[in-house]
Design a protein around this ligand. Structure first.
Ligand SMILES: *Cc1c(COP(=O)(O)O)cnc(C)c1O
Length: 365
């Protein structure tokens, strides 16, 4: 069977050249006489991989030396707890914006460790927009302000970052890290589960400003203290306190190299804008399909859409899947369809989907 266009929200597509390279190196990596999965994480040959991945990510995202890069586990979901455990001690409270299910989970978890102030919510319109934030309402004493830069389920994204002043900005970037240019120096923490836009599940990337570490809540498990994972005096940040997800980090490094070869994040952003534009232009002109998200907040990564009847939604999911466009079923809280078009989804995949939708609309008039 040929490879399909996989529109899964995550785990999602990996660039094919990366898969091919990993396959070629599976049994024997370079001239090491073993595969990456079999290497000691403390060996020189593995250090080249993990520190190489770290250096490549730093360069791709232009991360300043004030910020440390950690390769952790537990997914973005563990960060929902780890962040308050490490940061909330500063003042005992934090500001949050509720833009959908993942923000809500982050809010629920943070409430266990301090006072959570929800600045704004988009729940009134089923999270089809990003609420306007009034900086006058920001708590100057908040330990941090938390946002979800891209809302995977609802297909919204921030076009502008909130102006937080001296309060650290903490961002869940699980579904749009490396897809558009961000100024890393503006963030206290940027974090992401790897399985959407980086590589395999099992790796969580945390980019954290150094001065935010070291004020951990008493009783915090050792593994959940950022300082334990960070080597202060070494040229590379990852201290490898315990065994890191070695193979996932290796694939992430190959993805970072692939991204460099595409021209880096600015080039990727252009491609992503073009790709998403193909779909949104079609939706705007279609009489059968439409996207629920307010135009200015449309995500470049996750595009939800619905046909004009439940019957057609079902028919579309069935027929598109047969034609090699898989995992288009929308999240149950939105219904209809959702096309997740992360970095690894080629432009041809989106173009082919649009052509399929056009034909489906004609055939089902
Ligand atoms: C997928 C996702 C999560 C959950 O990630 P896990 O790595 O499965 O814990 C959290 N936030 C956002 C924005 C996501 O897209």
């Amino acid at each position: 069977m040929a490879r399909v266009f996989n529109f899964s929200a995550g785990p999602a597509m990996i660039p094919e050249p990366v898969l091919a390279k990993a396959a070629a190196e599976m049994v024997e990596h370079h001239d090491h006489g073993m595969g990456v999965m079999e290497m000691s994480h403390r060996s020189k040959m593995y250090e080249e991989i993990i520190f190489g991945a770290e250096a490549k990510l730093r360069s791709l995202m232009n991360i300043p030396q004030t910020h440390k890069i950690l390769f952790l586990q537990g997914g973005a979901s563990l960060q929902f707890a780890m962040i308050p455990m490490n940061l909330m001690t500063r003042t005992g409270k934090a500001d949050f914006v509720n833009t959908g299910m993942w923000s809500k989970k982050a809010i629920q978890e943070a409430k266990k460790y301090g006072t959570v102030n929800v600045l704004a919510s988009s729940e009134d319109k089923n999270n089809t927009y990003i609420p306007t934030l009034d900086p006058a309402k920001f708590d100057k004493d908040a330990s941090y302000l938390h946002i979800t830069t891209n809302n995977t389920i609802f297909g919204t994204r921030y076009r502008e970052l909130p102006d937080v002043g001296d309060v650290p900005l903490v961002a869940d970037m699980s579904s749009n890290i490396l897809s558009e240019v961000y100024d890393a120096s503006k963030f206290g923490i940027m974090y992401a589960g790897a399985q959407k836009n980086i590589g395999p599940a099992g790796l969580t990337v945390v980019i954290i400003r150094e001065d935010l570490m070291g004020k951990t809540l008493p009783g915090t498990p050792t593994m959940l203290d950022y300082t334990v994972h960070y080597d202060k005096d070494a040229p590379f940040n990852n201290a490898m306190y315990n065994t890191p997800p070695t193979y996932s980090i290796y694939i992430a490094k190959l993805v970072f190299e692939w991204l460099e070869a595409q021209g880096g994040v600015p080039a990727m952003q252009k491609i992503n804008e073009y790709k998403a534009g193909l779909l949104y232009d079609f939706l705007d002109n279609s009489k059968m399909f439409n996207g629920p998200v307010q135009k200015e907040y449309r995500s470049l990564m996750n595009v939800p859409f619905v046909a004009n009847s439940e019957e057609l939604n079902e028919k579309f999911i069935k027929e598109s899947s047969k034609a090699g466009f898989v995992n288009l079923k929308g999240h149950r809280s939105v219904g209809g369809m959702r096309a997740s078009i992360y970095n690894a989804m080629p432009t041809e995949g989106v173009q082919a989907l649009v052509n399929f939708m056009k034909k489906f609309e004609l055939d089902n008039k």
